[in-house]
Design a protein around this ligand. Structure first.
Ligand code: FES
Length: 69
């Protein structure tokens, strides 16, 4: 198990905590830090990163299935 955690934010981005590389389809590496927000609404002008445009424009609140029930 890696030390990377990805949290699906309600009505917002994927928050990634840990050392990861984000690369484009040509293999170029984006400049990142150990905590980044990846856009999942598709509206950011700074893709693949969140720029806050989702606020008020994106409604998804994903939940994982609880397998202990
Ligand atoms: S999730 Fe924030 S701009 Fe898309």
């Amino acid at each position: 198990m890696s030390n990377v955690k990805i949290k699906v934010m309600d009505k917002g981005p994927l928050m990634v905590n840990g050392d990861v590389e984000v690369i484009d389809m040509e293999g170029n590496i984006f400049d990142t830090k150990s905590k980044i927000a990846l856009c999942r609404c598709g509206e950011s002008d700074n893709k693949p990163f969140c720029d806050g445009t989702h606020a008020g424009n994106f409604e998804d609140c994903a939940r994982a299935a609880n397998l202990n029930v």
